[in-house]
Design a protein around this ligand. Structure first.
Ligand code: SF4
Ligand code: SF4
Length: 377
């Protein structure tokens, strides 16, 4: 295990300064429009001191409390995904000169070193899932890959969970185990710090911190365990592929479709969803056009438009596509589930549809039967 250090709240700015001095643009959690949102910052006073969030299916409330601490909240509608996989960006453009000659140019890509500060463990797990999609998968995405290579991750282990969190049931834990440069766990008057990379080790060394003592380390562990113990939601298993694919005609798909608005909120807030569409945006003069990529959703009509026909015209088909991919066929594509249990799709669904309840309703009978058969040899 890495050495733990102690950073008092009063020295948090020195950590931030050490990161900024190394040329990083810092993006961290702040209060925006009644939520926690990641945005540019350079001063710790911009972080959400004393804030807590309450989350229920279809509900999210952020409130200021008398509690001390920067990380008493759980998460907001956006994770760090928009910093690496941009909601909308130009890929290339084409210009026609007066003689009608076309010239194609790739869009500029000069990613500045980026520090993502205060990243939750589930969002680091989600980023690692997106790495498989955009870097190590069949088609490498240079734009994502270059941003990722220039990114420093400062994790903030969870010290509480919302009513919608289920990272434990999704196979994770509220402590970052890998994928970070420095991991913070907030204790009463500061943080314990661990490094996860050489870069993180250099930054910590520059701060000349004392080692955390046994009681600080134990308290940090206790807070993370309490966050895990607080979770009440869970999935019926971490690999639901067979259970879902054997239940494509389950009556629950019709029941959920009666409530689902096909709004796509769940896919927009999900830190692992990666579907996107591409289109051309010509100017009015007709001599220049941008080719843009934009987040898409399996809940839109256009997403399943193939050869002149929308093949998933009904909400039932779209919800089924989302759930069977996220929790099922994602295993075929990437060797793991596409859900890290952040709970965002539950909080930000306008009608409060809960992925854990839907998965349980659809999969439980199949899983119970499978378990019974296995126990009989
Ligand atoms: S499916 Fe829902 S709970 Fe799972 S990672 Fe996406 S938003 Fe989070
Ligand atoms: S499940 Fe909820 S958030 Fe997702 S499309 Fe349906 S209504 Fe919208």
């Amino acid at each position: 295990m890495n050495q733990s250090y102690y950073l008092p709240h009063t020295k948090l700015q020195s950590l931030l300064d050490a990161i900024i001095e190394r040329g990083y643009r810092c993006v961290g959690p702040q209060t925006r429009g009644g939520t926690i949102t990641y945005d540019d910052f350079s001063q710790v006073k911009e972080l959400p001191w004393g804030y807590e969030d309450e989350q229920l299916p279809g509900q999210y409330t952020l409130k200021k409390t008398q509690k001390t601490g920067y990380f008493n909240w759980v998460n907001g509608p956006q994770a760090i995904k928009p910093e690496l996989f941009k909601p909308k960006e130009s890929l290339w453009n084409v210009t026609r000169d007066e003689e009608g000659k076309l010239s194609f140019q790739p869009a500029q890509l000069t990613p500045a070193p980026l520090c993502l500060f205060g990243v939750r463990p589930c969002d680091i797990a989600a980023m690692q899932i997106q790495d498989k999609v955009f870097i190590t998968g069949t088609y490498r995405d240079e734009r994502y890959a270059q941003r990722r290579e220039n990114t420093l991750i400062i994790a903030a282990n969870c010290i509480t969970s919302s009513n919608n969190c289920f990272c434990v049931g999704a196979g994770g834990f509220p402590k970052a185990e890998r994928g970070y440069d420095i991991a913070l766990t907030e204790i009463e008057d500061g943080f314990t710090l661990e490094f996860g990379s050489e870069q993180g080790s250099d930054i910590i060394a520059s701060l000349k911190l004392s080692e955390a003592d046994g009681s600080q380390i134990n308290y940090a562990k206790q807070r993370i365990q309490e966050a895990a113990d607080k979770q009440t939601k869970t999935l019926p298993g971490t690999n639901l592929r067979d259970a879902l694919m054997n239940n494509l005609d389950h009556p629950r798909w019709d029941a959920v479709a009666e409530r689902c608005l096909s709004c796509g909120n769940c896919t927009q807030v999900c830190p692992t969803c990666f579907c996107h569409s591409e289109e051309d945006e010509p100017n009015v003069k007709g001599n220049h056009s941008e080719h843009v990529r934009e987040w898409d959703s399996c809940f839109t009509q256009g997403h399943s438009y193939i050869h002149g026909k929308v093949i998933r015209s009904q909400t039932r088909q779209r919800y089924r596509q989302w759930l069977t991919h996220k929790l099922g066929t994602w295993h075929d594509q990437f060797g793991e589930s596409g859900c890290v249990g952040c709970g965002r799709c539950v909080s930000w669904c306008p009608v409060g549809i809960d992925i854990t309840e839907e998965a349980t309703a659809i999969c439980s009978d199949f899983i119970n039967l499978e378990n019974k058969e296995n126990s009989h040899g």
